[in-house]
Design a protein around this ligand. Structure first.
Ligand code: DCP
Ligand code: MG
Length: 423
């Protein structure tokens, strides 16, 4: 239908939510993307995903139409209670830094081959790109785009095959520097980490001047500094490339910052959530705050709690210590499991096993991960990090169940056909 086609276009369209991609001729770029990709596996796959999202939105809109004034009122009261509770947990005493390298793989390749510096280049292959340098971004060439499309957008694009050993080695060097500032820093990927600067800043107060010449983090100016991890991540993207953004540690500054923030800029709110929220008229975090009652009726508890934290500018202020970051898991393989009730009861069983193991070791965990392998052997993991540590089967299941339901919904109306589940 027309509807599908339009929706499809929106998914395939250039995603310019990336540094270095402001002010591009979207219409021209989108036309080339559509023409080039038609009929490819990439296109078919995107089309399928798009249709699934559209179905989810249709379902959600039907659900919304049935909400009564009274339900909404009740939800509003609950939302206000939760907001008060969350507000009490606000901690503005930490200085959290998020570091993210500019065009990481591409930057390493340009370092080793300086001729590439002035050319549009990308790392990857004709079937998929991992990243592109800032010259290439001006043509609409970006990560997660097939190289054959990128070549149409930018015929002079140089595509360099990836060399992961090299990126890992550079990452190790960077991490050594991070450790000088926060020995407990949390790496997220090869080019990204969270650091708690609070203790370092205190020590710095008593540094003799000469020490500042040895400040090894100075060349890494791609920082975001804020009172919590959620905000720091947004901040590090603000002045890319090669810039910093500091968000002051006051409630007022945080709330102002969040008001204007598009939901898509928040880590954890991806393409799909953005589209669902847009369908409800929500594009910025201030809309999020206004619509919390409705959201609490349409989304899972974990999702709307996350939305609420975002709308209040709240995030984690505590970077878990390495030794606390132990993880524990259990999994089971079977021939095929496609019935929702059976999947949920297996999930419950796994949570019980896990809780028992954790009890033996006296462990608690803040991240619950669900691992699924379908009958085509495709593996997916879905994880959720909570504000508080959990340990009992009930607590773990409450989260795992939501993650599983989300996957079931993603697949629907087709059943989710599993051959392995773990958590
Ligand atoms: N990466 C990838 N596939 C993606 C996204 C990223 O393989 N879809 C890899 C290549 C990137 C690295 O991870 O260089 C870091 O990811 P970022 O999202 O931080 O992207 P860049 O560092 O390349 O660019 P930016 O300057 O926007 O941070
Ligand atoms: Mg990066």
């Amino acid at each position: 239908s027309d509807n599908t086609k339009e929706g499809f276009l929106s998914r395939m369209a250039l995603n310019d939510n990336k540094a270095g991609m402001e002010g591009l001729d979207r219409d021209k770029i989108n036309k080339i993307i559509m023409e080039t990709s038609k009929g490819s596996r990439f296109y078919e796959n995107e089309l399928k995903k798009e249709q699934q999202v559209n179905q989810r939105i249709e379902k959600m809109m039907l659900q919304k139409a049935q909400i009564t004034e009274q339900q909404l009122k009740k939800a509003q009261a609950q939302v206000e209670r939760v907001a008060l509770e969350l507000e009490r947990s606000r901690d503005l005493t930490r200085v959290i830094v998020h570091v993210d390298m500019d065009a990481f793989y591409a930057a390493v390749e340009m370092r080793d081959c300086p001729e590439l510096k002035d050319k549009p280049m990308a790392v990857g292959s004709m079937s998929m790109l991992s990243t592109s340098n800032y010259h290439a971004r001006k043509f609409g060439v970006r990560a997660a785009m097939p190289g054959f499309i990128a070549k149409k957008l930018c015929p002079n694009l140089v595509i360099v095959p990836p060399n992961f050993d090299k990126y890992r080695a550079v990452s190790d060097e960077i991490r050594e520097i991070f450790a000088d500032y926060d020995p407990h820093f949390q790496p997220v990927s090869l080019d990204e980490a969270y650091l708690d600067f609070t203790d370092h800043l205190e020590k710095r107060q008593s540094w003799p001047e000469i020490m500042f010449y040895y400040d090894s983090i100075a060349p890494f100016t791609l920082l975001g500094i804020a009172p919590n991890m959620m905000l720091a991540k947004v901040c590090s993207d603000k002045n890319k490339p090669n810039g910093q953004y500091v968000l002051p540690s006051t409630r007022e500054a945080v709330m102002d910052f969040v008001q204007a923030l598009p939901v898509r800029k928040v880590s954890g709110i991806g393409k799909v959530s953005e589209k669902m929220l847009n369908a409800l008229g929500i594009s910025s975090c201030s809309h999020l705050a206004q619509q919390m009652a409705l959201l609490s009726l349409l989304f899972s508890e974990t999702s709307w709690h996350h939305f609420m934290q975002v709308s209040l500018g709240l995030g984690s202020t505590y970077i878990p210590r390495h030794e606390e970051r132990k993880s524990m898991s259990t999994e089971r393989t079977f021939k095929e499991l496609s019935k929702v009730e059976e999947q949920l009861s297996l999930c419950r069983e796994l949570c019980e096993d896990l809780a028992e193991d954790m009890k033996k070791e006296d462990l608690k965990g803040k991240t619950v991960t669900l691992k699924l392998k379908n009958v085509n052997f495709e593996v997916k993991t879905r994880a959720l990090t909570l504000q508080y540590a959990v340990a009992t089967a009930d607590e773990i299941f409450a989260v795992a169940k939501d993650l599983l339901k989300m996957e079931i919904e993603n697949e629907s109306p087709q059943p989710l056909r599993l051959r392995l589940m773990g958590n």
